[in-house]
Design a protein around this ligand. Sequence first.
Ligand code: NAD
Length: 279
Amino acid sequence: MATLDKFDVTGRSALVTGAASGIGLAYAEAMAEGGAKVTLADIDIEGAEREAERLRGEGHDARAAALDVSDEEATGRVFDEHDAAYGGLDIAFANAGIDTGAGFWNPGGYRNPDGQVDTYDPKRWDKSIAVNLSGIFYTVHHAVRIMKKPGRANGRTGGSVICTASNAGLVTEPIVGLPYMPAKAGILHMVRALGLELAEFGIRVNAIAPGPFVTNIGGGWVKNDPVARKAWDAIVPLGRMAEPDQIKPLALLLASDASDYMTGSHAVIDGGMMLGKYQ
Ligand code: NAD
């Protein structure tokens, strides 16, 4: 098979959580552009409907679903609806995630009063783990349930699951709220465990660990604050924060047969942020 043909996902179906905005929307667009049918699932149903309609207007096959990934039963229903609409599931992006407030350090040069381990609100911890870690498990749990079902409409078996982690799951980030880091590190290790468990079924599980992307996370503050944006651009070795479009080729690689010998691994896409500082 020609190398470029291995990236073709025509006739497959994909479900993306957190697909109304940012990185999840870029994943959904990449799947649609690659030829897949796609469900855009998001707690923001208006946003998901708007983007699914736009993709349909561009000639793609897309549908929207309302979903809070911290609700296990609702997650199961959304996957069942995808299965009924598209006759199975080939690709799943467990992506929805939230910012969990300030970490212990403020870039302004002081300690955040409510970001210390002894002042951090346990309710914020619970919410972060519920969405950023349990939500990923519920998504993968139901994705694999559907992928293992026999009789897929396109005759395929197996599948590809891609979880969005973060470089904050690999290194410490003093400005990021505490629970975000163990949640993202937990995703990376869950991906390793599932790579092993699911290899026998032809289901590959990998993670993407993004660095700083310009999205709506945390209210999209970096979009509206040119000073913060400039400061972020300055600390990235490649000189700028990333736009969501820049994650699309990696998404297509991991979703498609182009990565058919990759499982249990993670890909860092961070402009060199994890390489250290020299100035
Ligand atoms: P975003 O806010 O632009 O998009 C997140 C989407 O998830 C939104 O559409 C939101 O409505 C949805 N969402 C939030 N809570 C949800 C829930 N409980 N159930 C379903 N949907 C929900 O943010 P983003 O930056 O695109 O974030 C996507 C993923 O990328 C997250 O897992 C985030 O942790 C991760 N990430 C982002 C960055 C970055 O710099 N932007 C870096 C590393 C990792």
